[in-house]
Ligand binder design. Sequence first.
Ligand SMILES: NC(=O)c1ccc[n+]([C@@H]2O[C@H](COP(=O)([O-])OP(=O)(O)OC[C@H]3O[C@@H](n4cnc5c(N)ncnc54)[C@H](OP(=O)(O)O)[C@@H]3O)[C@@H](O)[C@H]2O)c1
Length: 253
Amino acid sequence: MLKAIEGFGVSKVVHSDNPNFKPGDLISGFTGWEEYSLIKKTELLRKIQQDDDIPLSYHLGLLGDRVFVSAASGAVGQLVGQLAKLHGCYVVGTAGSNQKVDLLKTKLGFDEAFNYKEELDLDAALKRYFPEGIDIYFDNVGGEILDAALLNMRIHGRIGVCGMVSQQSLSKPKGIHNLFSLISKRIKMEGFLQSDYLHLYPRFLEDVIGYYKQGKIVYVEDMNEGLDSAPAAFVGLFSGKNVGKQVIRVATE
Ligand SMILES: NC(=O)c1ccc[n+]([C@@H]2O[C@H](COP(=O)([O-])OP(=O)(O)OC[C@H]3O[C@@H](n4cnc5c(N)ncnc54)[C@H](OP(=O)(O)O)[C@@H]3O)[C@@H](O)[C@H]2O)c1
């Protein structure tokens, strides 16, 4: 039997047995080179929220990934989230206080944010913000948040492992329970050190300084005065005392 060539497309649902999709919904994902397709692997489809200012075809290239960032208001996370937004992603961050959550949603432009300390069930929280799953998880914390993220990754999702701050002050790091998701969902999970990428630093500077000057990104610093404040500020990183990048002003110029 002849079979249509498969390709990545945008389509409108005509009929669906999957309760997540109803007639009229717009979706992107693998469809056929044909006018009507019968799609059986509906778990790979993504629902599109139509916006009259955005051409539908942009959902095939420019827009799309659903990104989750932990320790999202910190030095690293705030930049990760903003860069992901500049690349057209849907971005959700988590942080440990309502003040930080507010910062993420108002000043830093995250689509959504939640306070992980107020969630009794992190898996349920992620399902609330990512009903169709996470494409990219930028992990700054490890531990329970990583475990819950594993359960909510999409097939072929990617996890960039930047840090494990939740485990750093423990004498015995806790185990991760949901690693089977790596197999069942064919997830790529990779740790990295920024020092391996110093050759990209000039490009990073050019891009980020450009975005900053154009007002496309902002940066939040938590400035403490004097070297004496450094030990407490350092310890404070492990309980979330800092709001933004922790900096110590040792002397004024
Ligand atoms: N791979 C690399 O090359 C590289 C380079 C730099 C940094 N890092 C790592 O990246 C991560 C973020 O660094 P950063 O400089 O941006 O730090 P940061 O976010 O400015 O400070 C650490 C934050 O981690 C959160 N945190 C502390 N304990 C936690 C826990 N048990 N569970 C969840 N969150 C917790 C706190 O925020 P909340 O209030 O939100 O809990 C705290 O403010 C760290 O793990 C760091 O080691 C890696």
